[in-house]
Design a protein around this ligand. Structure first.
Ligand code: HEM
Length: 362
């Protein structure tokens, strides 16, 4: 890890060109920003490549496709419990419920864990918002305990562990990096990143998507007509997320003195890549609110860029497509809930904390 320079304020890169430049210059902008083990997010160079290969195989298109029927089933179950014409919070209610159940089905985690995981996510977000490092560390430890128990059950053969993995948690619990078995601490770190990537982000993504749809009934109608057109639906979802990106930023640390977009950055200085601002940079997108999926796709940074580009993209897109199209199929119209108090997330999170809409059911 490059030692950070304590007296220097962190630099926020917000322009599209500057964020791209830093995200693609892995030598100058190191991801090793914390002393805590963070696999593979906080790794650089050859070490990052070795661990990234472990993670990538769990999220390939074939595996995501195999999981899709279960994700659709989860969305349908949740929607069946929603009455016609009432106000629903699609982030705190539907989104969170969908994210935790879809993730549990993917990883083979028991239904009893849904509540503790939702509580953990809530506390983790509160700690992140507060910026209190001690609080964040304590919450990470609480999560590690939940995950360690799950992994140990597989490592000790109480669940699976007999050659053919019974679920991805079992597979990871017996996985290798090269020829070396993964350490328990590494497995826990990988699972923590998957959970953080999945639970909070997916539910906030649902807020951005459903808000856009509720504000644009003509787009809803178009998507209902083309509900089975996967490339069209995926592109529409990516573009709604570009317009209102719920994933604010990632950190780097400069390994040398460097200048980016006229800003001098010193060796050891912390740098934030602001994906939200970059994705709304008028120099690249013109009117940032303009919905132009095809035109804007090549510059869309919702899932990052460079060696750390999100490995969960295919999985996340499948989950979001499942939830969105099931929502559209179950309704004739999604409308903003008049008078409801919708809460926006605050720094360092983005997107909605709650978003209320009325579902007019079919
Ligand atoms: C819609 C939801 C998601 C969004 C917007 C998102 C966004 C991102 C972004 C911007 C990065 C780049 C980080 C960087 O450059 O430092 C990233 C990395 C990562 N994401 Fe996601 N992500 C999402 C879902 C997921 C899911 C579902 C998973 C796993 C289950 C996941 C796991 C990861 C991991 C492990 C990394 C670090 C990769 C590395 O360092 O090589 N993400 N994500």
């Amino acid at each position: 890890m490059t030692a950070s320079t304590p007296h220097l304020e962190p630099v926020w890169l917000r322009r599209h060109a500057d964020v791209m430049a830093a995200a693609l210059d892995h030598e100058t902008f190191s991801s090793a920003v914390s002393e805590h083990l963070n696999v593979p997010n906080g790794m650089d160079g050859a070490e990052h490549c070795r661990y990234r290969a472990v993670v990538d195989k769990f999220m390939n298109p074939e595996r995501s496709a195999a999981l899709e029927p279960q994700c659709r089933q989860v969305a349908r179950e949740l929607l069946a419990g929603v009455a016609d014409g009432v106000s629903v919070d699609v982030v705190g209610g539907f989104g969170r419920g969908f994210a935790v159940r879809a993730q549990s089905r993917w990883l083979g985690w028991p239904a009893e864990l849904e509540q503790p995981l939702l509580q953990w996510m809530e506390d983790n977000h509160a700690a992140t918002r507060s910026g209190e490092l001690d609080q964040t560390t304590a919450i990470a430890q609480r999560f590690d305990k939940i995950i360690t128990d799950l992994v140990n059950a597989r490592r000790m053969g109480r669940i699976g562990g007999r050659g053919v993995p019974v679920d991805p948690t079992d597979e990871l619990a017996h996985d290798f990096v090269g020829d070396v078995p993964l350490l328990l601490s590494e497995i826990v770190s990988i699972l923590r990143n998957w959970t953080a990537g999945d639970l909070g982000t997916i539910s906030r993504c649902m807020g951005s998507i459903v808000n856009h749809l509720a504000q644009h009934p003509e787009l809803q109608a178009d998507m209902r007509r083309r509900i089975d057109d996967e490339p069209y639906v995926n592109a529409a979802i990516d573009e709604m997320l570009r317009i209102d990106n719920p994933f604010l930023s990632n950190r780097r640390i400069a390994t040398r003195d460097v200048e980016v977009g006229g800003v001098s950055i010193r060796k050891g200085q912390r740098v934030y890549l602001d994906w939200v601002s970059a994705n709304r940079d008028p120099a690249v997108f013109g009117d940032p609110d303009g919905f132009r999926p095809e035109e804007n796709a090549p510059n869309n940074l919702v899932y990052g860029i460079g060696k750390h580009v999100c490995p969960g993209r295919t999985l996340a897109t499948m989950e979001l497509r499942s939830a969105t199209t099931e929502l559209l199929a179950a309704t004739t119209l999604i409308e903003p809930a008049e008078g409801a108090e919708n809460v926006r997330e605050t720094h360092p999170l983005a997107g909605f904390r709650s978003l209320h809409v009325v579902l007019h059911k079919r």
